[in-house]
Design a binder for this molecule. Sequence first.
Ligand code: SME
Length: 181
Amino acid sequence: MAHRACDWSGIDRLEGGRMCDTDYELLCAQLRELSEAEPHWLPVLANASALIMEALPNLNWAGFYLTDVGAEAPSLVLGPFQGKVACVRIPYGRGVCGTAAAQNKPQLVPNVHEFPGHIACDSASNSEVVIPLHASGSVIGVLDLDSPLLSRFSDKDFAGLQAVVSTVETCASFVGLPFGR
Ligand code: SME
């Protein structure tokens, strides 16, 4: 189950101090295996948050926001996550998460302080990735990752995390989503 051959900080000292690569194929395989045992979206998203937090060094938050279509205007409500207490509701179009959901477009943000309207749930966050999550062709939420490091996420991470979200979309059963459906 080991994801990295380097120390807890995620820095591979034998490789000149570069960030360790995450094995996204392994991460997706673990997700597929876990969801075979129980495909309900709640345990799948909960375990996906835990696997991501374990597999990617230097994160301070990893988790999901889920779309509430029943609200006056669409918004995101806090879902399963790992990390500190976070903002509970984010309107579509606000912050990195709301932008990803409203535009249905993954966001790679090397410096959150340069992102207009970034919502600072944790002042320690410096870079962020947000990937929209879909069911039956609609955005039903987002995966959100925060890091205290600037430019923490490489293009490889960005692609790997989109593969993780695709795996969740394929393997989880999204019947009975809690908000406005
Ligand atoms: N930074 C996010 C808010 C969610 S927290 O990071 C967990 C944003 O700007 O949408």
